[in-house]
Design a protein around this ligand. Sequence first.
Ligand SMILES: Cc1cc2nc3c(=O)[nH]c(=O)nc-3n(C[C@H](O)[C@H](O)[C@H](O)COP(=O)(O)OP(=O)(O)OC[C@H]3O[C@@H](n4cnc5c(N)ncnc54)[C@H](O)[C@@H]3O)c2cc1C
Length: 603
Amino acid sequence: MLELQTFDHDVLVIGAGGAGLRAAIEAAARGVSVGLVCKSLLGKAHTVMAEGGVAAALGNVDDRDNWRVHFTDTLRGGQYVNNWRMAELHARESPERVRELEAWGALFDRTEDGRILQRNFGGHRYPRLAHVGDRTGLEMIRTLQDHGIHQGIDVHMEVTVVTLFSREGRIAGALAYDRERGRLRLFRARAVVIATGGVGRAFKITSNSWEYTGDGQSLALQAGAVLQDMEFVQFHPTGMVWPPSVRGILVTEGVRGEGGVLKNSEGRRFMFEDIPENYRAQTADTPEEGWRYVTGDKDARRPPELLTRDHVARCIVREVREGRGSPHGGVFLDIAWIKEKIPRAAEHIRKKLPSMYHQFKQLAGIDITTTPMEVGPTTHYIMGGIRVDGDSQMSTLPGLFAAGEAAAGLHGANRLGGNSLSDLLVFGKRAGEFAAEFARGHPALPPDGGEVNEAARDALAPFDRSNGESPYAVQHDLQDLMQTQAGIVRTESDLLQALEGLVQLRRRAAAVGVTGNREFNPGWHTALDLRHLLTVSEAIVTAALARKESRGGHFREDFPEKRTEFGGFNFVLRPGADGGMELDREPIPPLREDLKQLVEEFK
Ligand SMILES: Cc1cc2nc3c(=O)[nH]c(=O)nc-3n(C[C@H](O)[C@H](O)[C@H](O)COP(=O)(O)OP(=O)(O)OC[C@H]3O[C@@H](n4cnc5c(N)ncnc54)[C@H](O)[C@@H]3O)c2cc1C
């Protein structure tokens, strides 16, 4: 038996971003013991990086807004393959969750009469994003941490889960290592919540940080749960493209929400040239109308720069491919132009977009108050993830819950900006609530000792192969392959090559070796992350091959149109008999009658 430290919790929450923290707070408030595990220091989750805001139909800036409009915007944005029950709960409950956050101490920007200020964002019909300048995620994490710290949650920082255990058909616990000493830890838990965020590090150009290697999605599949919609990856239209060392870092949609416009090398606002039919009635006809919209004229319609992310990203790719790109392979995003419209524009930009101002100044030597930015698409978010029940967030494996970016359903084929932070609050709370209820109703069930030993030996195996290939080389090649063959524009032949490439990479990954000891050994950590990266990559490619149409974030050059027959189901991936995965279809239940009427009403 290998030496293990053992911890017992009623509910184990894996991940301390917005979803994990909110789940932990809720579970603890319901009187069960809670352990919260995170890969890095508490507070360093992805959520802290969120810039533009949290979407909630508070109606503070435009009183025509309400949950019904938010619901229909979310379905339209997701191209109707969303889990509509989640979209309904999200739209109904996010205002309450945002007000609750305010009551816990979050200091949002204010309207002149002292209410929470809301800004415009792509795909949202009315100004809906509550924000704190362009540092909303920081305020959210700070508030949740401050609140959570008083709830008696046991926090395990710099601890990475590597295996989940199930027993008698339900979740039983997890194996992890701590980064500092490399010691293994066994967590025994009656319920587990996965809140591990996204998969961006499977691609070369990404806004995601080093932690987002798809651990939760891969762990869930390996434990017996089901994944859904993995082909739907969001390529955010505006990442930095220059200098190369910062390529992919996000440029918030808030820039466009504040009036920023996209131009090609010929100086044309190309977004006016390609407006999808289902958004035509909601989109400005002229730049003048677009400007009136961003400055609050309720009679104006939004500028085409604020169309959904999937569409804007593809328009940028087209401009670059057709030779109208910027010098470093992007297009121009110009906020400086607003000086033609408002006095003291530079001051206004610095106040509204302080992080963007500093980001460009420090990383690219560009002053965005005078000079356009160069931007291009960057892998940002995955709409797919662990399939969950819309109300409880329980996965298909009893006792295993998922919330936030790791879960699937709410966003369908494309997420609207701002809908992630509200997703974390609404479904983090729900996951915590139902996980606590599950834990109360089920006795502890320790993981099987033999399985734990095997998983522990497996986690340490890279040390037995000190002459093996470097895990970094395999990770590098994987990111290259996903970027070029399963990225923003996909074809059958590229995807087939990608699948083949993944088989080779899996072989190489099984033979990687690490040297040194277990203390702070990033090579070892990368060797373990690789398994997850390979699993989520295979899931993305397998589902992308099967979806022979273009919808939301998934664009097939060989099937450029949306096809009705693909709108009635989700692709799901189940654990296969040989340790692999099997693709299947799950029909989307028909929309409830009252919700169907809403969709018609707000068409
Ligand atoms: C730059 C940027 C700006 C964004 N801006 C916005 C915005 O303005 N509005 C919006 O709605 N969305 C925005 N998003 C998206 C949004 O921030 C994320 O989707 C969201 O924060 C994800 O939250 P989460 O709680 O699901 O996971 P995260 O915040 O990603 O947290 C994941 C947690 O899981 C932990 N973890 C991962 N794997 C393991 C493991 N194996 N073991 C233990 N712990 C693990 C991590 O350490 C971390 O604590 C932005 C994203 C980025 C990158």
